[in-house]
Write a protein that binds this ligand. Structure first.
Ligand code: PMT
Length: 226
């Protein structure tokens, strides 16, 4: 990692889960803690970038003054915050675990327990934030996604990279112990749209963040050379 190698760069990072409200006391969510995304934001900031961190509900705090934190709850709110920051961003890293579906209707009162009937929650599809930004990407902007997989990891990750028009995807598998949600460690494989693939060992999320940011620095270098 070179000191200050992202000076003058604007970076957008998403982190954490999204919560999709069912009623005033319940939601659909997932186990993302935000640790991976916050570590990436801090790594970029420590290397000189100006960072916008769009975060779902987590219990972490930001350390660097170079990070502007935008707190959101739902996927729709996350999309809106990303749409605002994306046009100015040189690099965007989508680390959030966005809920793919949301309840079609949000009850305005707490859903009561019925004696016989089980409530049915109808779902609607949420926007795909990475895919939306991928379709708006301009020449020179770098868009990086994450892929959380349980099987056919490489194929699925490459498929997501292509479908969302990403330049790079960071694969983590729930089959690897110490990887994925909640843990302080992760194990990733970085894949690039031009066919590059680097597998890293199990390490702290801070160290993984440094590897991911180094990989992005490599992409940037290739862009300026070619
Ligand atoms: O937060 P931690 O506890 O530290 O855990 C880190 C993590 C496991 C959440 C992180 O490393 C990770 O893998 N994040 C992406 C999780 C995920 O939702 O992956 P996916 O394969 O479902 O989505 C693929 C990509 O599309 C991701 O970049 C995701 O942010 C994006 N996406 C997905 C769905 C959607 N509706 N909008 C999106 O932008």
């Amino acid at each position: 990692a070179a000191e200050g190698d992202f000076k003058g760069k604007k970076v957008l990072v998403t982190a954490g889960p999204t919560y999709e409200r069912i009623d005033p006391v319940r939601f659909i969510g997932n186990f993302s803690s935000g640790k991976m995304g916050y570590a990436i934001a801090e790594e970029f900031a420590s290397r000189g970038a100006e960072v916008t961190l769009v975060s779902g509900p987590v219990s972490l705090s930001v350390k660097s003054p170079a990070i502007r934190l935008v707190k959101v709850e739902s996927a729709r709110q996350m999309l809106q915050a990303c749409e605002e920051a994306f046009p100015q961003s040189d690099i965007s890293v989508m680390c959030a675990a966005v809920a793919d579906y949301a309840p079609a209707d949000v009850a305005d009162r707490k859903i009561k327990r019925e004696r016989d009937e089980v409530p049915v929650i109808n779902l609607v599809k949420n926007p795909d934030i990475a895919k939306t930004l991928g379709s708006e990407k301009r020449y020179g902007q770098i868009l990086v996604g994450f892929a959380l997989e349980t099987d056919h990891e490489f194929e699925n990750a490459v498929g997501k990279m292509q479908a969302k028009n990403l330049d790079m995807i960071v694969l983590n598998s729930l089959r690897d112990s110490g990887a994925g949600f909640g843990t302080d460690t992760n194990k990733v494989t970085v894949m690039t749209a031009n066919g590059g693939r680097t597998e890293f060992g199990l390490k702290s999320k801070q160290a993984v963040a440094a590897d991911v940011v180094d990989s992005i620095a490599g992409l940037l270098q290739k862009q300026t050379v070619s």
